[in-house]
Structures are given as structure tokens and as C-alpha cells.
Design a protein around this ligand. Structure first.
Ligand code: GLP
Length: 259
């Protein structure tokens, strides 16, 4: 595990964009796993800037999104499909962008087909992840099987409360979602998790310094062979070994740094 602590969310987002940009330049036909929520917004902003000002080319990239609200079609303003168009795809066209279908009629059939699509694309090279304040990744809530695949999940009250800011009230947040499973995420060749702000500090410490447990689904990433975690100081504030992580990162050669 590589743990990078940046001064603030702005710097953390620039580092995350650097991870993505390096892959896209080195492997233009790469497969990206993409995330939504507030955390990646500045990452996408920087990728748009790199595309428009520096010519970073995404035209051969394939992408798969982590999750979607069940019952929301791509035209619904709170759907993750709409989010992705607004923050990335309208400005940075990719070769093929896949998202779970919030209107799928045959949910198990769709989920199996989504897994199949990922496999047929050659698998995800880099999976971008946020972190729920309850330790979820994608929408894999506490108690999710750490071997799970894409499927329907029921949101916790806490997640519906966290996401109410986009909908108006917790009651308007859909109860069900489609999400890649923890096992699907673990199959990605490189996982990049971002967490910014004090609200995430407890989940960060539990996920990366606590025991592996399905009660903290992000803790499964401790088993991932290539995991990069980018935090700001606030999100790192409950880590007992923060000084060591800083010390290690400060001594890395340039080619191992994400700037
Ligand atoms: C949402 C998403 C997750 C996201 C997380 C954190 O519910 N499904 O993929 O990482 O919760 O969201 P935010 O970045 O807004 O804090």
C-alpha cells in the first residue's frame, strides 16, 4: 500500500489526476474504473484541463463506472450517468463509457452482463475510488461480502443522509443501487482511493490501519497488490503512522511520485 498525504484536497486531487494522466499517456487504450461523489470532482476538472490545454488524449480509453442508483435513468439530474456527462464525458470524449443501468429490468441479468463486459474489455487497469463515511467503496455498504460481484445493494440510512445534499432530503435518495462488488474492484490492476476532509478520518484509519473486515468494506483493499491512497491532512488525522507515511513519500525518487 502506498499512502500519500497532501496538504489539502486541492493538492490531493492534482496528484490523483497525475496518476490517471500517466496511465492514459502510457497506455492510451487503457480501461479506467471511474467513481462519483464530491471527492473526484476536482480530479475530473484537472483531467479536463489537461485534455483541453495539454492535449491529453482519452479517445481510445474505455471506462466503467462503479455504481448507479436503481430507478434513475441517465437523464435524471441526480443519476451518476448525468454526473459523469457533466464532469467529464461532455468535455472529454472517451471511446466507450459504461455505467450500470439504473433502469435495468432484469437486474441479475444486467449485473452478470456488466461483469462480462469488464472481462471482455481486458479488465480494469486503474480503478478510482472514493470512501463512504461508513467505510464503503462503490456502494458496498458494511456487511458486504468481500468477494462480491456487481449486484443490487440497499443503502444504509447513513449513506442516504450523506447523499441527501444532492437530492434535497434523505427520503428522496433512492434506497437501492447497482454497484460493482468488492471482488470486482479487487480485480482491478491498480486501485486509487481518495479521501479528503475530517469526516473521512475515522473510516480511513479503520480501513487502512484496522483489521480487514466486511464491516469496513474498504479494508479489503489491504489485500490489493497495487493500492494508492491519497489523503489530505484532515482525512489522515486519525492515522497512527502518518509521520512514517510522510517520511516514506518524501524520500521517493521522482518517478515514484505523483505530481
Ligand atoms: C457515494 C458513492 C461512492 C463515493 C462515496 C463518497 O455514495 N457511491 O462511490 O465514493 O459515496 O462520496 P463523497 O465523495 O461525496 O464523499
Amino acid at each position: 500500500m502506498e499512502l500519500v498525504i497532501k496538504k489539502d484536497a486541492g493538492e490531493g486531487a492534482l496528484s490523483a489526476a497525475a496518476v490517471l494522466a500517466r496511465l492514459v499517456s502510457q497506455k492510451p487504450e487503457c480501461v479506467l474504473g471511474l467513481a462519483t461523489g464530491g471527492t473526484p470532482v476536482p480530479v475530473y476538472r484537472e483531467l479536463v484541463r489537461r485534455h483541453q490545454e495539454e492535449g491529453l488524449d482519452f479517445s481510445r480509453v474505455t471506462s466503467f463506472n462503479l455504481d448507479e442508483y436503481l430507478g434513475l435513468g441517465p437523464e435524471h439530474p441526480q443519476s451518476y450517468a448525468a454526473y459523469m456527462r457533466e464532469h467529464l464525458f461532455d468535455k472529454v470524449p472517451v471511446r466507450a463509457a459504461h455505467l450500470p443501468d439504473g433502469l435495468a429490468r432484469d437486474v441479475p441479468g444486467f449485473c452478470a452482463e456488466y461483469e462480462d463486459r469488464i472481462r471482455r474489455s481486458g479488465g480494469i487497469d486503474l480503478q478510482l475510488l472514493g470512501l463512504g463515511s461508513d467505510g464503503h467503496i462503490g456502494f458496498n455498504e458494511p456487511g458486504s461480502s468481500l468477494a462480491s460481484r456487481t449486484r443490487i445493494k440497499t443503502l444504509t440510512e447513513r449513506t442516504r443522509k450523506d447523499n441527501a445534499r444532492y437530492f434535497g432530503s434523505p427520503g428522496e435518495v433512492p434506497k437501492h443501487v447497482l454497484t460493482m462488488g468488492v471482488g470486482t474492484i479487487m480485480d482491478s490492476r491498480h486501485c486509487l482511493l481518495l479521501a479528503f476532509g475530517e469526516k473521512k478520518a475515522k473510516a480511513v484509519a479503520e480501513a487502512f490501519e484496522g483489521p480487514v473486515s466486511h464491516m469496513v468494506p474498504a479494508s479489503a483493499l489491504q489485500w490489493h497488490p497495487q493500492l494508492t491512497v491519497i489523503l489530505d491532512e484532515a482525512a489522515a488525522s486519525h492515522l497512527t503512522r502518518a509521520d512514517y507515511y510522510r517520511w516514506v513519500y518524501d524520500r521517493k525518487p521522482d518517478w515514484q511520485r505523483w505530481e
